[in-house]
Design a protein around this ligand. Sequence first.
Ligand SMILES: Cc1cc2nc3c(=O)[nH]c(=O)nc-3n(C[C@H](O)[C@H](O)[C@H](O)COP(=O)(O)OP(=O)(O)OC[C@H]3O[C@@H](n4cnc5c(N)ncnc54)[C@H](O)[C@@H]3O)c2cc1C
Length: 345
Amino acid sequence: MRFSTPSTPKPLVIVTPLGVSQIQEILSCAQIHGMQVRVRSGGHDYEGLSYVSPVPFVILDMINLRNISVDVENSFAWVQSGATLGELYYEIAEQSKTLGFPAGVCPTIGVGGHFSGGGYGTILRKYGLAADNVIDAHLIDVKGRFLDRKAMGEDLFWAIRGGGGASFGVIVAWKIKLVPVPSTVTVFTVNKNLEQNATKILHRWQYVADKFDKDLFIRVLLTGANSSQEGKKTVEAAFNSLYLGGKDKLLPLMQKSFPELGLVSEDCTEMSWIQSILYFAGFPSGQSLDVLLNRTLTVISYKAKSDYVENPIPEAGLEGIWQRFYEKEAESAVLILSPYGGENE
Ligand SMILES: Cc1cc2nc3c(=O)[nH]c(=O)nc-3n(C[C@H](O)[C@H](O)[C@H](O)COP(=O)(O)OP(=O)(O)OC[C@H]3O[C@@H](n4cnc5c(N)ncnc54)[C@H](O)[C@@H]3O)c2cc1C
């Protein structure tokens, strides 16, 4: 909403190129007319960088460039930057049940912005960030030159995988390495509120979550909730997990590395990797995979930002955070804690 008020600067024009030559023409035309170019792929930038500018600007929208070609035999894919993560995941799953890709949980994110900024998701502990798995790219630089990895050189190729693509040009497509996923994975969400020892369990989680077996990812979603004691508030911690394997292996692993959560077989659901994508995106079980192709999911407006916690928060610190959840302003607040470790050490 912040970016759609009457005073929000509007672009002079929105262009939707059909190919490389049109992007080159747009860049040249914008330079001649002194207009800044804002490149938009999925439009998920938290600060509106792809569609707001204080100076006269044109939006170069990549919506028509979203071709995806998967090479199962050689485990790679070319994906044009206007494609969404949902479209990419869908296409991979159409071609193979045992290949996946490590990227974010929200299917409507565009790969243009996501891969050029990093991109973390549920299998990052095993395979790293999306950007770590980019092996080539097609970029048009400010002079209109069309460059692949060899032509742009390793420094620029390094920079566009974390430094934000728009700082360096327009990314047309990425070549990505696909990663093996087992045909059966296991998911669970275990909820604990403060009366159920959430503070101590979360405190412990901070010490173990980045050291688990690389196949195991457990993030935590914190929300305010009503306590079972009338008139009182509590905080609920949802321990939300993906394990790359069956529950026969997961249960003993959890017993060994995080018994405090008390995971039992009934908490676990086995499914395919692509179904786990729907699970983490919040779709109900049984939902058709076609929902991944929907680019315009309706969501409520909210503001989000991210940061790194480098040292475990002491219990007293967590209790201070709980007080914030009780404030009126924070009624709908959500705090998501995602562990790194594994491949990211
Ligand atoms: C609901 C939601 C959920 C999210 N979940 C996750 C998550 O699970 N994991 C995670 O890592 N991140 C997550 N993010 C953050 C998201 O990955 C970044 O905001 C990402 O940059 C969005 O990419 P985009 O293409 O959709 O956005 P855009 O707004 O289109 O672009 C973002 C930035 O990249 C530039 N850019 C876009 N396309 C190109 C291109 N083709 N060439 C050059 N520059 C380009 C834009 O100019 C802008 O500066 C989430 C964001 C939202 C809003």
